[in-house]
Design a protein around this ligand. Structure first.
Ligand SMILES: Cc1ncc(COP(=O)(O)O)c(C=O)c1O
Length: 419
């Protein structure tokens, strides 16, 4: 079989490599697709190999690169996890990735790996409700304090005076969930470098779940760590829960790997296999979803029952976030939030009247999903954080899938009539 050289790989597009990279069929009976390696443990060829591995694990000597270390135990490594991690790292153009059993496992493990009691975080709000609770309750109980500022073009100015010697990270979801506000990652990185020099490194951590890996690459504009709920666009079919953490810095990658091994948040081999399978269609799904979302957003923006639509594709040069959009995104994606005229009653009437679109949380899947952030995904936020994030009772979040656009426009139209 012809193998691609490193320079040939460097010229290839991620969607090409997502079909084959990191898997040699001739190690698996010629299978074109990777088998699922349903094994918890791997045989050592010699006792000395086992001894060597455990010595490295205890910090003795210099371990070889990760992929040359050999397979030991599926909480530490497994071929299905490694194939997925190789492909998603290549997709993002980042040094390496670690996969997780959920987005929350990726976020929690990464934050525990990078923060110590006494550290402070700056968080651009709104963030996903689970992340918000993790920071407000669990991390707080460990002595890690967070300062919440509103996401948006002004976030860097608000963050600057909050950075102290204790600041360890700036946590960003861009676009923010659910209001689609954008935060300037490059400006945050400049700030982190400038302010962090005296005080120790300030990390810029970006949850890129909402944009997904097709339309935004946060590391290219300065993110030190990129996080995903792979449950969303990466998995893409509402049939798998998973997560990813990516970084370029070896020390950060080692810390994340060690914490994943200790906390046990790796995915099982079948989950990793499903995420790998889904990467093959990520680009065509995301592009089709985006084409339909552009039509849906235009329809909503012109509808008399809709007060305001938050969609990156509707930003214009006069919007303060527009310049960030142009720098950080190659397309608007398929997540739309919109405010109905009315309140919870009208929002619920709309959601209960949908016939094609499913009333469910989550996003980025082949089927369209709609939900009510104030009472569902973001119900746990403090009243103050809800205000920061514009999460009011009249807000609906819509994740556009791959259905025919005419059917979605019909469904939304008939449901709006009943709202
Ligand atoms: C932006 C964002 N980050 C993280 C998560 C958590 O991911 P998971 O549900 O895979 O744990 C979600 C879930 O909705 C999300 O929307």
């Amino acid at each position: 079989m012809t193998k691609l050289t490193d320079s040939e790989i460097a010229r290839m597009h991620p969607e090409t490599l997502a079909l084959s990279y990191g898997f040699d069929p001739w190690l698996s009976e010629g299978a074109v697709k990777p088998p699922v390696f349903l094994t918890s443990t791997f045989a050592f060829k010699h006792a000395a190999d086992g001894k060597q591995f455990f010595a490295w694990a205890h910090g003795e000597g210099t371990p070889p690169p990760r992929r040359e270390m050999g397979l030991i135990y599926s909480r530490i490594n497994n071929p299905n996890l490694e194939i997925f991690e190789d492909r998603i790292a290549l997709w993002e153009g980042m040094r390496d990735a670690y996969s997780f059993s959920s987005g929350m496992a990726a976020i929690a493990t990464t934050l525990l790996a990078t923060h110590r009691p006494g550290d402070e975080m700056i968080v651009c709000a709104p963030v996903y409700g689970g992340t918000d609770s993790l920071i407000h309750t669990f991390l707080k109980s460990l002595g890690i304090t967070a300062h919440f500022i509103p996401a948006g073009f002004e976030a860097a100015d608000l963050a600057a005076p909050l950075i102290t010697a204790r600041t360890r990270s700036i946590f960003i979801e861009s676009p923010a969930n659910p209001n689609n506000r954008l935060t300037d990652i490059a400006r945050m990185k400049e700030l982190a470098i400038r302010r962090g020099q005296a005080a120790g490194r300030v990390l810029v951590i970006v949850d890129n779940t909402m944009a997904g890996p097709v339309f935004a690459h946060p590391a290219r504009v300065g993110a030190d760590i990129v996080l995903y709920s792979a449950t969303k666009f990466i998995g893409g079919h509402s049939d798998v829960v998973g997560g990813v953490a990516l970084a370029n810095d070896d020390a950060l990658l080692t810390a994340i790997a060690q914490h994943r091994a200790l906390l046990g948040g790796m995915p099982n081999p079948y989950t990793a296999w499903l995420m790998t399978r889904s990467l093959e269609t990520l680009k065509i799904r995301a592009e089709q979803q985006q084409r339909t979302a552009e039509r849906v957003a235009g329809f909503l923006a012109g509808h008399p029952k809709v007060r305001k639509v938050c969609y990156l594709g509707l930003l214009t040069a006069s919007d303060p976030d527009y310049a960030i959009y142009k720098r950080q995104h190659s397309g608007p994606g398929s997540l739309i939030s919109f405010y109905l005229r009315g309140g919870e009653r009208e929002a619920f009437a709309f959601l209960d009247s949908l016939k094609v679109i499913k009333l469910a949380v989550s996003l980025g899947s082949t089927e369209s999903l709609a939900q009510h952030p104030a009472s569902m995904t973001h119900s746990g936020l403090t009243a103050e954080d809800k205000v920061l994030g514009g999460i009011t009772d009249d807000l609906v979040r819509l994740s556009v899938g791959i259905e025919h656009h005419e059917d979605l426009l019909w469904d939304i139209g008939q449901a709006l009539e009943k709202s």
